[in-house]
Design a protein around this ligand. Sequence first.
Ligand code: ADP
Ligand code: MG
Length: 698
Amino acid sequence: MSTVKDYFGSLVFDDRVMKATLSDKVYASLKKTIDEGTELDISVANAVASAMKDWAVSKGATHYTHWFQPLTGITAEKHDSFISPSPDGGVIMEFSGKELIKGEPDASSFPSGGLRATFEARGYTAWDPTSYAFIKGKTLCIPTAFCSYGGHALDKKTPLLRSMEALNKQAVRILRLFGNDSVKRVTSSVGPEQEYFLITKEMHEQRPDLRFTGRTLFGAKPPKGQEMDDHYFGVIKPRVAAFMEELNDELWKLGILAKTEHNEVAPAQHELAPIYATTNIATDHNQLTMEIMQKVAAKHGLVCLLHEKPFAGVNGSGKHNNWSIATDAGQNLLSPGATPYENAQFLLFLCAVIKAVDDYQDLLRISVATAGNDHRLGANEAPPAVVSIFLGDELNAVLEAIETDTPYKGTEKTQMKLGVDVLPKFNRDTTDRNRTSPFAFTGNKFEFRMLGSSNSIACANIMLNSAVAESLKTYADRLEGVADFETALHEMIQKTIKDHKHIIFNGNGYDESWIKEATEKRGLLNYRTTADCMPHLLDKKNVEMLTSHSIFTEAELKSRYEIMLENYCKTIIIEANTMVDMAKTQIAPAVEAYSADVAKAAAAKKALDSALVCSYETGIVRKLSALTDRIAVKAEELENAVISLNKAEDIGAESDMIRDTVLNLMGQLRLACDEAETLTAKTYWPFPVYADLLFSVK
Ligand code: ADP
Ligand code: MG
């Protein structure tokens, strides 16, 4: 029997395969490109392409594709076969270095937010050699970035790579100041924990809302939901276990380090966490993971729901972005060190993150903003829309001691002088159990918990890397060339703590009183919806920061603003239209049919004995009649509200109208329909209800 070790990465053109199939010279040259970002020579590219093709063909591949991540948030691919005609009437399998390095998908239908005028509709894809090529089905997939001919990034990978580069540049400057002359590269790493729901395919097919929008738009609270907390970490059901087993196998073959799996809080909800990897690889892997989850589910007669809020009243799904930065020598820069000097360095990086999160609260909020995720943030199941940092009591006490030049509890020293004192050892286990914080320090990494389950992690990490690069740049600019490094460092850390401590919050983030304190006393931002936060992407300070590090051009930012809001509007319009349709053509007729039968029953009873009161039937018919009237009115109002969106001047105005009217009307229509559900005999209800959906997988 083959073991995981035998097939792990068997579908990846990874370092092992490269070593085995490339000449020493080609391998060394490619490795230099991967590790140091040097440009690749065409003769090397030709040799790599040829080896890749031979390897892929030996695994049964017939096609190749440049695999990329357009701004739709999902991945895209266009397949070309390797075949080329040979003079004797047959074919040969060919793949050149040119084809490997650059592709030209006809990409005019991808969103560009106005970046790609039609005359340059083509756009091109460029190989990202730092992320290994892999085989999916019969296709060799080459991870690529996607740009317009004008050089604008049309994808999420390009700015992500740029943000990693910016972080690298500034972090290396800081390390040099601490006397580290050997470091070549600093990279950020991410381990994304992915939540999802599984329901049966039969159930899914019967619900237009799930099919068209990925979430239920109707559904009364079931008699049993998650109140017993009996699902979390509970025994995994056989059908789910079979799904997970196959999912793990598929991910392992693709070199994805799927590590942990368990049931989550809500019924039918589960989680998968991989071992962390370099950010762009973790991003590619997370996109693949989401895709393969849905494929494997389908093979098991299941549907994997990645929506942030598939069911009202039940916990939604998020994604925890565990993030750290490390040197090429493997030193984690967010890990407290053993010597005073290492501690000072750690505290400086910690401060850089604190400052970054505070200065760019808005960008972090924006990076997770979607119509789906708006349902979670601040709904007592996920962090609030207010960004704050959890550090834990011990680290907090250290920062307080530094800020006030007072002794740290438990030490006899008079003060925490950086570069002189050794930091106390933190007890890691006590630091990471605050589940309510949007941004928590967990011993040697930060866990950003606001991401939605369907989000690409690219966006959050672009903003995080860039904002931290900006803090580090401020620090390096100040410290380089200073006469007394230690004093300057101490003062700067002290100043950061003073200026930014209002972002640090170690209490319960789900508490109503926190939101009041955060917004009223501390002046933190609270952008509840995508429509609220998105315009701030174009705030001067944000544009300046992101353009100064060459993460985005101003035009690229404008395009992202347009696309994100367009996406928000389209998503909600589809939901509204689906609701109107279901209410009119399924729910109202079902309620009418039931009322008519109840009325008929009452009439029949009265015909038998005119003295019978039939108050039960009368009560039901009255209530349902009032409800169908309301359903009809609300459906019409909602329909009209959607039509009137045509009048919006621009996408900003349209998203405001959606937030202010369409979403409210959707809520009102749902309320009437859900109440009708509780009064209508189950046999009349036109689709499976919550209890059916949530407990469908045995
Ligand atoms: P939990 O959050 O459930 O306590 P862990 O904190 O151990 O679990 O790990 C959660 C995720 O964090 C995993 O994907 C893990 O690989 C990742 N992780 C662990 N260390 C780091 C690190 N230094 N940088 C980035 N991610 C990390
Ligand atoms: Mg975690």
